[in-house]
Unconditional design. Structure first.
Length: 457
């Protein structure tokens, strides 16, 4: 049995403890999660239990096995508990990001004005609109419909080897010759259909977005496939139900309670990955993060700084101000966490703990790239991306003294200047050492800090 990540264990414990009597939530009134824009409406409870299907016969399962009966008894409560937990988490997450966005916008407005850049304003007109629509649907009607719990007798499957079972449910299990174990999977398809109006042209068009996911239920590795995201106009009613059957194994050769616990734990950890209505193109761990670099860049490009290396300066200066605002709103760890996610964890093809394309059957030929967990870190001051972390290092050490040193040089530059030399001079002023000495030490420190965020294992 695969070990469960600690965050999933915590999630499982919270769901089991809190939601054994989950149906009582239907009678609760609206609740404020955070004092903010988003509230939790009365929760809609899932109706009914999934049908028990014997995978080998394709007919309704009527056996008395205690593992099957024990897992099935908690199956619905765990799903409802996860749904409600997800709803509360997303409300808290969106409120947090909204509050942080307010702080960052105010901080950036003050920062830009101190550099003579007027009228900075973050574009909030479409902010979180699609997420609010998804949240509304999540609050009023479940996305997931698990119609069948497909039961597989491992003892009978092993007796059949090397013959494989037949029937429509058999496509979602296989015998892994390398590990000598049976594996199960879930394939999901998310369909969204709506009419989108282009406000610039006044013309509209039908939009159809399909997201396909697959997950190995025992390893929590899978694939994510999508070709376009959702526009801000997507309405709650555009999302069609996601209907799946969920396979389970049982055996008479292991203790009943051990099997039930394993099935419950993997079920919750599976839901964490496959029941994710908010991830389309942007990944669940990367949504609403990164500040307002685009709006900053637009305002900066309107300012006529007499800088020779304008492209380098613009990129470094935008990151510099944006990083300061993120630190004020969320702390410095926010910057490094995003970098680690983007460098070592994100891949548009991956679902869950790693890439598994699940090409188990004839005709399945999915392709995709895994995240590069071994990607190296390069910091070079001549590159704007590397210079960002040298400037960040100086700000972390000297805070407003370094900001003031940069500001003074920018505002006092009456003639053309070099952006690289400006930042070097500012670092030398506040550190008291030549840049040639400061740079290698800062580079080493920043690489070490970034490495500390590299995923383990």
């Amino acid at each position: 049995m695969t070990a469960m990540p600690s965050r999933i264990k915590l999630l499982f414990s919270a769901i089991v403890i809190t939601y054994l009597s989950i149906n009582s939530l239907a009678n609760e009134g609206p609740e404020v999660i955070n004092e903010g824009a988003i509230r939790l409406a009365p929760f809609v409870v899932f109706a009914g239990y999934p049908t028990l299907i014997d995978g080998l016969t394709g007919k309704q399962y009527k056996g008395p096995d205690p593992v099957v009966r024990g897992f099935n008894a908690t199956f619905k409560d765990l799903l409802v508990g996860f749904h409600e937990k997800l709803l509360r988490y997303e409300i808290q997450h969106m409120n947090l990001r909204t509050e942080a966005g307010d702080v960052m916008e105010a901080e950036l407005k003050a920062l830009t004005e101190s550099f003579g850049i007027k009228n900075f304003k973050a574009d909030r007109s479409q902010w979180l609109k699609r997420e609010r629509s998804i949240l509304h649907r999540l609050n009023t009607k479940p996305f997931f419909r698990i119609d069948a719990l497909v039961v597989w007798d491992l003892d009978r499957l092993n007796e059949m080897l090397p013959e494989m079972p037949k029937g429509k449910y058999a496509k979602n299990i296989r015998y892994n010759e390398e590990t000598k174990t049976w594996e199960r999977r879930v394939l999901t398809k998310w369909n969204v259909n709506y009419y989108h109006v282009n406000y610039d042209t006044g013309r509209g068009s039908d939009v159809r977005v399909i997201k396909e996911d697959g997950l190995n239920l025992d390893t929590n590795k899978g694939f994510h496939s999508i070709f376009r995201g959702l526009t801000e106009q997507v309405p709650p009613g555009a999302f069609q139900d996601v209907q799946i059957s969920y396979p389970m194994f049982y055996t008479r050769k292991k203790p009943t309670e051990e099997q039930i616990k394993y099935l419950q734990e993997t079920y919750v950890s599976n839901l964490f990955h496959i029941y994710d209505p908010f991830t389309w193109v942007a990944r669940r761990n990367n949504r609403f993060r990164g500040g307002f670099p685009n709006e900053l860049r637009e305002r900066l490009e309107m300012k006529r700084f007499r800088v020779g290396d304008r492209d380098w300066f613009n990129k470094v200066f935008v990151n510099f101000l944006n990083d300061i605002a993120q630190i004020k709103a969320l702390g410095v760890n926010e910057i490094y966490e995003i970098q680690a996610i983007q460098r070592w964890q994100n891949s548009k093809s991956v679902l869950g703990e790693g890439l598994d394309l699940l090409n188990w059957r004839k005709g399945e030929n999915r392709k995709g790239e895994d995240a590069d967990r071994n990607a190296k870190i390069w910091i070079n001051f001549d590159n704007p991306g590397g210079a960002r972390f040298i400037a960040l290092d100086a700000y972390m050490r000297y805070a407003d003294r370094f900001l003031d040193a940069v500001r003074t040089r920018v505002l006092n530059s009456k003639s053309g200047f070099s952006g690289k030399e400006l930042f070097k001079d500012a670092i030398e002023e506040v550190s008291g050492v030549p840049f040639e000495k400061y740079y290698p030490a800062a580079r080493k420190a920043q690489i070490q800090r970034l490495e500390s965020y590299r995923p383990k294992g």
